[in-house]
Design a protein around this ligand. Structure first.
Ligand code: SF4
Length: 228
C-alpha cells in the first residue's frame, strides 16, 4: 500500500492516503476501499505519522484522503497534519467530505487556519442512479445545491446501468457549476457493481479533451494519484 505520493501533472501537490475510523455512511454499493478504515486508533495514528513524515511542502499544497471523510480522521492525526502544515509551510489543504458533513466544513478551515478545498463524491447528478443504484446517501437534487457547499466534486463513469446521457449531463454540470473535478473511471472491485467496457471506451474517446482540462483530473485507474 502506497500512502504518499507527489502529483506533478495538473494541480501540483503532495498527497497522503491516511487511515481513519469507519466511513460515516459506509454503504455505497460500489465501494470496497472502506476496508482501509479501522478502529485501532493508536495503530492508525502511528501509520499515518509514517506517511506524514514524507511530506516536504515543496508545492505548498497537501491533499489528504482517507477512504471516507476527513472528519473521521483520528484527533491526533489532525494534530499531526496541523504540525506538518506549520512546519512545511503548507498554504492549502485538500480534504474529502461526504455530503452528510456539509454543515461542518468550516470547522477544518478554522482548525487549520488556511484555505481548505473539499472534494465531495457526487458520482452522478442523476438522482435515481446515485441514490438507488449507488446508494450514495447524498440527497441533493440539483448541482446548484451541491455547489452551495462544495467547489470540487468527484464523478464516477463507466458503470453498468449508467447512460451516455447521464455522463454528458454530469460533465456539463461539473464544468458549469464547479471549479474543480475528479472523474473516476470505474474499475471492477470486490462489489457487485460492474464496469461497462463499452461505455468506458465511448467516454475516453468522447471526452479525450478532458485530459487537457487544467481543472479536471481523470483517473483511469484508482491508483492514478500514486496512492492506494
Ligand atoms: S461515502 Fe465514500 S468511503 Fe463511504 S462508503 Fe461511500 S464511497 Fe465508500
Amino acid at each position: 500500500m502506497e500512502r504518499y505520493s507527489r502529483i506533478t501533472d495538473k494541480n501540483k501537490r503532495e498527497i497522503v492516503l491516511l487511515r481513519a475510523f469507519p466511513c460515516v455512511w459506509g454503504k455505497c454499493t460500489f465501494c470496497d476501499y472502506i476496508e482501509d478504515n479501522g478502529r485501532d486508533e493508536a495503530e492508525m495514528v502511528r501509520e499515518n505519522r509514517e506517511a506524514l513524515r514524507e511530506i516536504t511542502g515543496e508545492f505548498g499544497v497537501l491533499e489528504v484522503i482517507n477512504s471516507g471523510s476527513c472528519f473521521e480522521l483520528p484527533k491526533e492525526t489532525l494534530e499531526d497534519i496541523r504540525t506538518v502544515v506549520r512546519l512545511k509551510n503548507i498554504k492549502r489543504l485538500i480534504f474529502e467530505s461526504h455530503w452528510i458533513y456539509r454543515k461542518r466544513l468550516q470547522e477544518m478551515r478554522d482548525y487549520f487556519g488556511i484555505p481548505v478545498t473539499y472534494k465531495m463524491g457526487v458520482e452522478t447528478f442523476d438522482y435515481d442512479f446515485r441514490e438507488k443504484v449507488l446508494n450514495k446517501h447524498a440527497d441533493f437534487k440539483t448541482p446548484m445545491e451541491a455547489a452551495e457547499y462544495f467547489d470540487s466534486i468527484c464523478l464516477m463513469v463507466g458503470i453498468q446501468g449508467q447512460t451516455k446521457e447521464m455522463i454528458r449531463n454530469d460533465i456539463a454540470w461539473l464544468k458549469k457549476y464547479f471549479n474543480h473535478g475528479t472523474v473516476n473511471v470505474f474499475n471492477n472491485n470486490s462489489t457487485p457493481i460492474k464496469r461497462d467496457e463499452e461505455l468506458v471506451r465511448w467516454f475516453m474517446e468522447e471526452y479525450q479533451w478532458l485530459l487537457d482540462d487544467p481543472d479536471v483530473e481523470v483517473l483511469y485507474e484508482i491508483t492514478d494519484f500514486g496512492v492506494g
